[in-house]
Design a protein around this ligand. Structure first.
Ligand SMILES: [Zn+2]
Ligand SMILES: [Zn+2]
Length: 471
């Protein structure tokens, strides 16, 4: 049948509005709305038949029950819902009443057309309301992960708004020991602060084992500035509670839920956080990031550079230390799962490379040692030998007892590439930078060529998992 014949057959089921008529031909002639298609076909059929043209009021349409006349109204409701929310991108979804879906099929079947001819009612609704929302709010549609998701429930007559998280990337330094990365609920009272009706003795009723955390010293500031409801802290691994994080710092992302502000001045935010953290924690290199940055900081293979204060059981001389460190540099270390973690992890022997090893004696029995190793290298055991479970080790090579008395992480570096890839950042208006084409990486993090086989960070994780001080 010709398109005019099809249109006549649909129109015969009077009254069908222009949009509902045109929707059955939505795959024809781009650049028209369904409403324009329907009206044009009705006019063309009237001319062809030389019959009077009769306009159908959308409000009388039995298929959409007049809903095709309400695009403007729904768009205005959407815009009103987000009047005080900053966003750049949105998406509209529609829940179609089942009755209307049935009407759509009946209309097509009644005209002898395929029941899926053209497009779905909800596709048109999403698009037509979406276009209007974009115009009203001066924002762009994004079918991937928009800042704001509108869901129109036509039957319930509601607009649901999901304001998706915003993300701030940066690197933190932890300048004091005994600060966990994330808030650490007390395991006696499960974070409630109470045992029965009594305040928990272990945590003094605070619910936390430590007063401060990197998360607690940073995320609340970001939440306030972005006017969000909650936050989540995502770190690129984590150091022991008793280790400091110095040097170039550790990459992290703070996720802010339901932010009302996205276009924040990150330099000012950096200053605010550093003032709030009062020198216990410092952040730098803050950037607005896309949600993919969370996966990147959590998943990118990273090497670590450590600085360890080492105590020896016997006197060691400068030449012997230099020779032992030379031996370790470039060595592949075999490590059987350490005593301190093996009640939590399956025991196995793993191999990890030492990229660089330097150090000097402070006196006969003390040294400061810097080790740059692949992710997952157990540093305390590399020094001590862990009763023969790690080979080679500094203790083994020197043939003396050796123990780490204080440990700092001084660098966390992407193994194959920098964490700071421009395509994961947004500029300060809250727009994604990925279409700007910039790709120059910041020089803030080094990279090394050797890719780690494993991105886990067991030294970093160990004390967090069991709540036991690992030193
Ligand atoms: Zn209709
Ligand atoms: Zn407690």
């Amino acid at each position: 049948m010709s398109i005019l014949a099809d249109a006549r057959a649909l129109d015969a089921q009077d009254p069908v509005c222009d949009a509902c008529l045109g929707r059955a031909f939505a795959d024809r002639s781009h650049g028209l709305t369904n409403d324009e298609r329907g009206r044009s076909l009705r006019i063309a059929a009237a001319l062809d038949d030389d019959e009077p043209y009769e306009q159908v009021e959308t409000g009388d349409c039995w298929v959409c029950e007049g809903l095709c006349d309400t695009f403007d109204e729904w768009a205005e409701r959407c815009a009103a819902e987000v009047e005080d929310v900053e966003f750049e991108t949105y998406q509209v979804g529609t829940r179609t009443p089942p009755l209307i879906e049935e009407n759509e099929i009946m209309l097509r079947e009644g005209a002898g057309l395929d029941e899926e001819a053209g497009e779905l009612f909800k596709s048109e609704f999403n698009r037509e309301v979406g276009k209007r929302v974009g115009r009203l709010t001066d924002t762009a549609v994004d079918f991937g992960r928009p800042d704001v998701q509108f869901t129109l429930d036509l039957e319930a007559d509601t607009v649901e708004v999901d304001v998706h998280s915003a993300f701030v990337y940066g690197r933190y330094r932890k300048l004091e020991r005994d600060i966990p990365q994330t808030e650490w609920p007390c395991n006696d009272c499960q974070g409630s602060g109470y045992i029965g009706k009594q305040p928990c003795e272990k945590c003094d009723g605070t619910g936390y084992l430590y007063r401060d955390s990197v998360e607690g010293l940073t995320a609340p500031v970001v939440r306030d500035v972005m006017d969000g409801t909650d936050t989540k802290f995502h770190g690129a691994g984590r150091e022991d509670v008793d280790a400091r994080m110095l040097g170039t710092g550790r990459p992290f992302v703070i996720e802010v839920m339901e932010p009302r502000r996205r276009r924040v001045d990150v330099e000012r935010l950096e200053g605010d956080i550093n003032a709030f953290a009062e020198g216990r924690v410092e952040v730098e290199g803050l950037r607005l990031a896309d949600y993919e940055m969370v996966e990147r900081v959590k998943g990118l293979d990273a090497s670590k550079r450590y600085r360890a204060a080492v105590e020896f059981g016997d006197a060691v001389d400068t030449a012997a230390l230099a020779a032992a460190l030379d031996e370790l540099e470039g060595a592949t270390i075999e490590q059987y799962t350490p005593h301190r973690v093996d009640h939590r992890r399956a025991s196995l022997t793993r191999t990890r490379e030492v990229y660089a090893a330097d150090g000097e004696l402070d006196d006969d029995t003390h040294a400061t040692v810097e080790i740059h190793g692949a992710g997952g290298l157990y540093i305390k055991e590399l020094i001590s030998g862990d009763e023969g479970r790690t080979n080679p080790s500094l203790a083994g090579l020197l043939d003396v007892d050796a123990e780490v008395t204080a440990l700092d992480v001084v660098g966390v570096y992407g193994e194959a590439e920098s964490f700071e890839d421009e395509s994961f950042f947004r500029d300060e208006r809250g727009e994604s930078a990925s279409d700007v084409g910039a790709s120059e990486s910041s020089g803030a993090t080094d990279t090394v060529d050797d890719a780690s086989m494993d991105d886990s960070d067991p030294v970093d994780d160990a004390s967090m998992n069991d709540g036991v001080d690992t030193e």
